[in-house]
Design a protein around this ligand. Structure first.
Ligand code: ATP
Ligand code: LTN
Length: 334
């Protein structure tokens, strides 16, 4: 709770080109929440360097991601959209929380296991303590709600555990956050291997739809999407490829799963894939147009970056000072 309104926090890494999975699992659910909540949406660039990055590329991607937040419909006046690296409280609180997190807890994190298998040559300490930084992001703003895709549920659980542990020692310092996971679209799967989640770090570009893909590319990728061959459009786990396409169509058109299954009863896979592709084009085209328009206005985006970093810093400092006092750091002399 901040200034009498419930608080919401979420973030994305600028580690690659943002995908339809990121959009449907996270970003789409962020729009329209600003009436009810005080919203903070961060580009988590500190998290990004847990995997080696090209500096110029990271800077460019971070700006693209921040601009995409706005292009997708987040109003930057009502929502605080900023870079994590511009608010030093994230790193400072993260250090403190590291001292309240057990190695055993971090050892259980599946994302750490996955990422360290993928980057066996660079299993750095930051990758291991990544969830603590994420906990700091969330707790710094006394967040009540955190909208994420289902893959982040475990990180939310450890955040709650750390917050409860801290509160049990020092009193009610942190709000205990709840995850907010959308019903449909919480896990969009790869178009090339529907048993794996669509991921921006997938090397196969045909496995993911990127938010910046042009209409022809989108249609082509859907046409090539891996499915079974029994040509029946049914929603069940034995048909992961078709199930994924039904999910995508359902999110794109705001129709229920039952409505979609009925609509495509007796239709062949070719026509169904085309319809899914077209529905996604109609969702992404307006975002792409808005993005193109926003990138032309450098001063406008710069202004948002500056103003929102100040706003985020203000709230972050409030929590940080309270925590520093609780753990016993000396008061600042004014
Ligand atoms: P990476 O491939 O670099 O691990 P990622 O594509 O998993 O990245 P993140 O930046 O880790 O993306 O996630 C941003 C947000 O998007 C998170 O809330 C995450 O839960 C959500 N998300 C990521 N992939 C999917 C997906 N396939 N379906 C639904 N939500 C997703
Ligand atoms: N770990 C998340 C990104 C992330 C995040 C956060 C999400 C970092 N800090 C705080 C929600 C709240 C990911 O990999 N998707």
């Amino acid at each position: 709770m901040l200034d009498g309104k419930k608080t919401l926090f979420s973030g994305m890494q600028a580690t690659g080109n943002i995908t339809l999975g990121n959009y449907m699992g996270a970003l789409k659910n962020w729009i329209t929440l600003d009436e009810e909540y005080q919203c903070f949406y961060c580009v988590v660039d500190l998290h990004s360097i847990t995997v080696r990055q090209d500096p110029a590329e990271l800077r460019k991607r971070a700006r693209t991601l921040l601009t995409l937040y706005i292009a997708a419909g987040l109003d930057p006046v009502k929502n605080c959209i900023y870079y994590q690296s511009h608010v030093s409280g994230h790193a400072e609180l993260s250090w403190i929380l590291n001292c309240f997190t057990y190695m055993g807890e971090l050892n259980r994190m599946t994302q750490f296991k996955d990422k360290s298998a993928k980057h066996a040559d660079n299993i750095n300490a930051g990758l291991f303590t990544y969830p603590v930084l994420m906990a700091a992001d969330i707790l710094l703003f006394q967040s009540d709600v955190v909208p994420v895709g289902v893959d982040q549920k475990q990180h939310l659980e450890i955040t709650r555990d750390i917050a409860e542990r801290f509160n049990s020692i020092y009193g009610d310092v942190f709000t205990i956050p709840e995850p907010y996971i959308g019903k449909v679209g919480a896990k969009i799967m790869s178009l090339q291997d529907p048993t794996k989640k669509m991921s921006k770090s997938d090397e196969n570009i045909n496995a993911s739809i990127y938010l910046m893909d042009d209409p022809d590319t989108i249609i082509r990728k859907f046409k090539r999407a891996v499915t079974d061959s029994d040509n029946q459009i049914l929603y069940n786990d034995e048909k992961p490829g078709i199930k994924n396409l039904i999910d995508i169509y359902s999110v794109s058109t705001n129709k229920t799963i039952d409505e979609v299954v009925k609509e495509f009863d007796g239709v062949g896979y070719g026509d169904f894939k085309l319809a899914v592709g077209e529905s996604v084009v109609s969702v992404l085209k307006p975002i792409q147009d808005k993005f193109a328009q926003l990138t032309k206005d450098k001063d406008y985006i710069d202004g948002i970056i500056k103003d929102n970093a100040e706003k985020a810093n203000y709230f972050a400092t409030k929590t940080l000072r309270k925590v520093q006092k609780k753990v016993g750091f000396p008061e600042r002399v004014r």
